[in-house]
Design a protein. Structure first.
Lengths: 102, 294
């Protein structure tokens, strides 16, 4: 999932998190497919950030998946002989890959 | 000989703490109140509310994902009841330091926030009694790093140089230059603020929970949270590597692969909520919030 500005939202994107308004009420739930009119409504209601499925908006300077995975390898390079941490690394990598695929 | 001189200098520098914010007077007053059995939490809440900015910051902290309460906490007296006086006191003391951290070292700030979130998730999963205390210790576990940076800027630069040059961990470099590491420094600082052992020990022992005399479990939770959150990429540019996991801590935590899966999912989810969390408050809008107990 990716957190984006409502202004970057586009028709067809799917909400990965509930959009809450004041008092914790849910305006539209996780799984909702965005439409142009819904996006306009969000912006009118001054909801500036939303979280959507996948990774639809590319951010300047953002690392590629390959670079992110390489960084993770580097971070875990001192603990290659520690099985629980290798398990942790595997899980984090799986999640990273899943979050970047559409 | 040289070594002990260095160590003594370090202790003295921390004791004098010229550049760190001093203990707010309000803490002394609240501590006296907490010792009096007739004091109500409403009275304590009112004392804190007099400082609107502090009150607003505290409510922001207690309502954040580090504590993960399902309902919104709108008054300081409920915050004291839910979190306990020790946690509220630690937050008052740390609020000014967080501000400095947020301003000067955004990576350390994010690492601390992330660690607090991870501590909360793990403490709840394990089912320990006071998860809020562990989250709080997680939030301030690296306070010794701030102290070294502020009080000993020259040595701090040497430490960073050594990390870059030799590729060793920050902790090893601190030991070489200062004779102590930031965890020990954090322990002295928090002890000096009269925070309880439950918070002091996990901070002092977060690199090696075996050295904790009483709080091995909390120390182990912070130890693993620190590792987890670094693994997720919340770390210092100079000191990126995930540190070794202590065997004793791992045995004590006794986490199964299913526990790890759950913890990773939960922490990742909650990190979305704290992304961009800032203690900056707008005095105008937050005023009403902090003073509702008058």
């Amino acid at each position: 999932m990716q957190q984006i500005l409502s202004a970057q939202a586009q028709d067809g994107m799917i909400l990965a998190k509930d959009v809450e308004i004041e008092g914790g009420r849910i305006l539209c739930g996780k799984g909702t497919t965005l439409t142009t009119s819904l996006i306009e409504r969000l912006i009118r209601m001054e909801i500036y950030n939303i979280t959507v499925e996948g990774h639809p908006v590319s951010v300047a300077g953002e690392k590629t998946l390959k670079e992110e995975l390489q960084d993770m390898e580097d971070r875990f390079s001192r603990v290659k002989d520690v099985p629980p941490l290798m398990y942790l690394k595997k899980r984090l990598m799986q999640k990273l890959i899943a979050s970047r695929s559409e | 000989m040289m070594e002990s001189e260095k160590q003594a200098e370090f202790r003295i520098a921390l004791r004098n703490c010229k550049n760190l914010p001093t203990l707010p007077g309000i803490v002394e007053k609240l501590t006296r109140m907490a010792e009096d059995p007739d004091t109500t939490t409403e009275q304590m809440g009112r004392v804190i509310s007099k400082d609107h900015i502090l009150a607003a910051k505290l409510l922001k902290l207690v309502n954040s994902a580090f504590y993960g309460f399902p309902q919104r906490i709108s008054s300081l007296s409920s915050a004291i009841i839910l979190l306990g006086f020790n946690v509220v006191k630690s937050l008052i003391i740390s609020a000014s330091i967080f501000e400095m951290m947020e301003e000067q070292d955004i990576e350390l700030w994010e690492h601390s926030l992330g660690c607090a979130v991870a501590c909360n998730v793990i403490a709840k999963r394990i089912g320990i009694d006071e998860p809020e205390e562990v989250s709080t210790a997680g939030l301030i576990h690296d306070i010794g790093k701030v102290a070294i940076k502020m009080e000993l800027p020259k040595e701090f630069a040497q430490i960073n140089g050594l990390v870059a040059e030799k590729g060793i961990s920050m902790r090893q470099a601190e030991k070489e230059i200062l004779g102590h590491d930031h965890a020990e420094a954090g322990g002295w600082l928090t002890k000096g603020w009269n925070l309880p052992q439950k918070l002091v020990e996990p901070i002092a022992c977060h690199h090696d929970p075996r050295t904790a005399k009483h709080e091995q479990m909390s120390s182990s939770i912070i130890h693993f949270s620190d590792i987890l959150i670094r693994g997720m990429g919340y770390c210092h540019a100079a000191d990126k590597k995930v540190p070794k996991l202590r065997k004793r801590a791992w045995q004590l935590l006794n986490l199964s692969p299913a526990d790890i899966d759950y913890i990773v999912d939960e922490v990742e989810e909650k990190l979305w909520d704290v992304k961009g969390f800032s203690l900056e408050v707008n005095p105008i809008t937050e005023n009403a919030m902090g003073s509702e107990e008058n």
